[in-house]
Design a binder for this molecule. Structure first.
Ligand code: ATP
Ligand code: MG
Length: 155
């Protein structure tokens, strides 16, 4: 039987490192603490961000700056509270407009998730409606296909 994939409470929020660097070694103690607390349950998170397309380069540079090793980027369409309208016509919104957005997905060790969220949030923000959202979800398993490494080693 595979252990539950949800990190136990004690593994959720290990102390943050002073550094902003996510590269291996800088947060190794936190990763080990997380893994130890979780025992066999991996502590990985998927950070999914929906952003304005013209902010992609800025967000990518911010993520490179904190040592994120990989990401997936997809062109998507969506709407939020304004239903894709930048103005409300006579006080009513009629049809929904899907607006182009970019979805960024980044798998990280749990202790890195907050820094990734903060970096994206800062880089993607204009202060105008439609800036987007960031979601954090658990990852149960990861595998680097080439080497067979698993979980945090596969990120
Ligand atoms: N609840 C949601 N679930 C999934 N995707 C969402 C959700 N809300 C927004 N999105 C995605 O994020 C994009 C940007 O949303 P947006 O920033 O306009 O949200 P909002 O709640 O309307 O906030 P704001 O008032 O700042 O515009 C949408 O086009 C959609 O792709
Ligand atoms: Mg909106």
């Amino acid at each position: 039987m595979v252990a539950a994939a949800i990190c136990p409470a004690g593994a959720q929020s290990p102390p943050k490192a002073a550094t902003n660097d996510l590269n291996p070694g800088s947060n190794a103690d936190m990763v080990r603490a997380c893994d130890a607390a979780a025992e066999s349950a991996p502590c990985m998170k998927l950070v999914t961000a929906i952003i304005k397309p013209f902010k992609l380069d800025e967000v990518r540079d911010a993520l490179l700056g904190i040592g994120v090793n990989g990401m997936t980027v997809t062109e998507v369409k969506g709407y939020g509270r304004q239903k894709g309208h930048t103005e409300i016509y006579r006080g009513a919104e009629y049809a929904v407009n899907f607006l182009p957005k970019i979805r960024i997905e980044i798998a990280v060790s749990e202790p890195d998730a907050d820094r990734v969220v903060e970096a994206i949030g800062a880089a993607a923000k204009t202060g105008q409606i439609g800036d987007g959202k960031i979601f954090v979800t658990p990852i149960e398993r990861a595998l680097r296909i080439r080497t067979g490494e698993t979980d945090s080693d596969a990120l």
